[in-house]
Design a protein around this ligand. Structure first.
Ligand SMILES: Cc1cc2nc3c(=O)[nH]c(=O)nc-3n(C[C@H](O)[C@H](O)[C@H](O)COP(=O)(O)OP(=O)(O)OC[C@H]3O[C@@H](n4cnc5c(N)ncnc54)[C@H](O)[C@@H]3O)c2cc1C
Length: 452
């Protein structure tokens, strides 16, 4: 019988930690404490103010299948009320192109037609050969099983055997090649690589497809997307306001010790006693302040992450882009460090910033220095004929923690999932599912469902 009075510590006040609090509360647990290091909640949902409006330095959008985010909206009585997203495409020289418009792209028709057929084939393969591919989390995948909750409004629990799922450990480009659908990468690359999640020759297909399941990808294609007027940070600020226990901000955790069935957390110099702890902060760094076991150290040392750089820039009104642009040429590993996308959030005015996005690492390449990448991006903006007049904000994010194909195939997730609950410790947050708002919140939901 679950003890609903147990004291639960949650590390991190981002989407994963705050939604863990919400789902615990919904289940009758009220004795939880969320410890957040920053002086604000939201984590990578970061929406600063500029000229009376909020822009996005972190997360931007959702899709209609963001069921956990929808739970949060319902809990808070809010909705996705932000500006409509629109986009266009440019080549690396700044010329507007129309890669998906056959009528105006005669030379490319055969490729486009082939791609269209492959997309259809891919959709069918995912439903049949890869049944179970899209459920949240990675439990059992490397062993050819699925076990989790379906990505449908009902979120029914589904389990089963499917040896083909082992293929999901392959890098996405290999996965597509072996299934004869290599051209679908043209569609998947925009919301994947341009959104900072790495290159298809290095990232296991499991991550690509759990985030960009078929339905989600089609929503991106059709621009059927959600945004929030006050920014994505606002979603989590609202949640924090509506929780019985608000996150404790500016919490500096120097030590976590697990002994005698309890968890002792040293916060701002004071030791606090808990029964259980849910970690949503980056697992890679917990050996720095946890009494980490040899297994935790070994497994979490395998986590890699992306260096995803965002600049918020002002432009002169006459240089302001008319819309957001994707630069496909710059999404290949050969062009890492270049501008991949720039986002104009507010289209009714020219006195708002635009934000730029670039990746400066690749598994097999030397990391580009931050300042060099920034210089390249500013040069690229000139080439795009939308030069920046000033940089008003910048950030290089610890982004999309994940493991590589070999580690994935060797059962990393089975091992970490097998440790859930040991020493009163539970692992959640990005690496356990995927680095987006909904996958992390959904994982927290499942964690609470499974263990509390
Ligand atoms: C540029 C960018 C664009 C993005 N675009 C989208 C998008 O369009 N749609 C989408 O769904 N997602 C998007 N994301 C991803 C999304 O923001 C993240 O996946 C999501 O915020 C992850 O939630 P989380 O709670 O697991 O981690 P985080 O958001 O990183 O939150 C973790 C929290 O833990 C805190 N913390 C860390 N260490 C400690 C510690 N030792 N003690 C206490 N607290 C600690 C951090 O301060 C942070 O608040 C984007 C992110 C970025 C950066």
């Amino acid at each position: 019988m679950a003890d609903k009075n147990e004291k639960i510590c949650i590390i991190g006040g981002g989407p994963a930690g705050l939604s863990a609090g919400m789902y615990l509360e919904k289940k009758g647990y009220e004795n939880y404490t969320i410890l957040e290091r920053n002086d604000h909640v939201g984590g990578k949902c970061n929406s600063p103010h500029y000229n009376g409006r909020r822009y996005e330095m972190g997360a931007i959008m959702g899709v209609p299948s963001y069921y956990a985010v929808h739970d949060v909206e319902e809990f808070c009585g809010i909705t996705h009320d932000g500006p409509q997203l629109n986009r266009n495409y440019k080549d690396r020289n700044g010329n507007v192109i129309e890669p998906f418009e056959p009528k105006k792209n005669i030379m490319k028709i055969p490729r486009l037609l082939k791609m269209k057929n492959q997309v259809k084939k891919f959709g069918e393969l995912l439903e049949t050969k890869y049944k179970g591919y899209d459920i949240n989390g990675h439990r059992g995948v490397s062993e050819g099983r699925y076990d989790g909750y379906a990505v449908t409004p009902e979120r029914a629990r589904v389990t089963g055997e499917n040896p083909n799922l082992k293929d999901l450990a392959l890098p996405f480009n290999k996965f597509c090649e072996m299934n004869g659908v290599e051209l679908v990468q043209d569609i998947w690359i925009g919301p994947f690589t341009a959104f900072g999640y790495g290159y298809f020759d290095e990232i296991p297909a499991a991550y690509v497809l759990k985030y960009l399941d078929f339905q989600t990808t089609m929503n991106f294609v059709k621009c059927n997307l959600w945004t929030w007027k006050e920014g994505t940070q606002w979603i989590w600020e609202q949640l924090n306001d509506h929780l019985k226990n608000h996150a404790r901000l500016s919490s500096d955790i120097s030590k976590v010790e697990r002994k005698d069935g309890k968890v002792y957390v040293t916060v701002n110099g004071q030791v606090e006693e808990y029964d259980k702890i849910i970690v949503t902060s980056p697992l890679q760094f917990i050996p720095d302040y946890f009494d980490a076991t040899a297994e935790e150290k070994e497994l979490f040392s395998k986590i890699d992450y992306e260096r995803y750089d965002v600049l918020a820039v002002e432009t002169k009104p006459e240089d302001h882009p008319d819309i957001s642009y994707y630069v496909f040429d710059n999404m290949t590993p050969e062009r890492y460090g270049h501008l991949m996308v720039y986002y104009r959030r507010w289209r009714d005015t020219k006195d708002q910033v635009i934000t730029t996005y670039a990746l400066r690492n690749h598994q097999n390449k030397k990391e580009i220095a931050y300042e060099d990448c920034k210089k390249t991006v500013l040069e690229d903006l000139k080439t795009m004929k939308n030069p920046a007049s000033a940089v008003v904000n910048e950030n290089s994010w610890y982004y999309f923690p994940h493991v590589d194909s070999e580690t994935y195939a060797s059962g990393w997730y089975e091992k970490v999932e097998g440790m859930q609950g040991t020493n009163g410790t539970y692992y959640a947050g990005e690496v356990m599912a995927f680095g987006d708002m909904d996958e992390t919140a959904e994982y927290s939901r499942e964690l609470v469902e499974r263990f509390f």
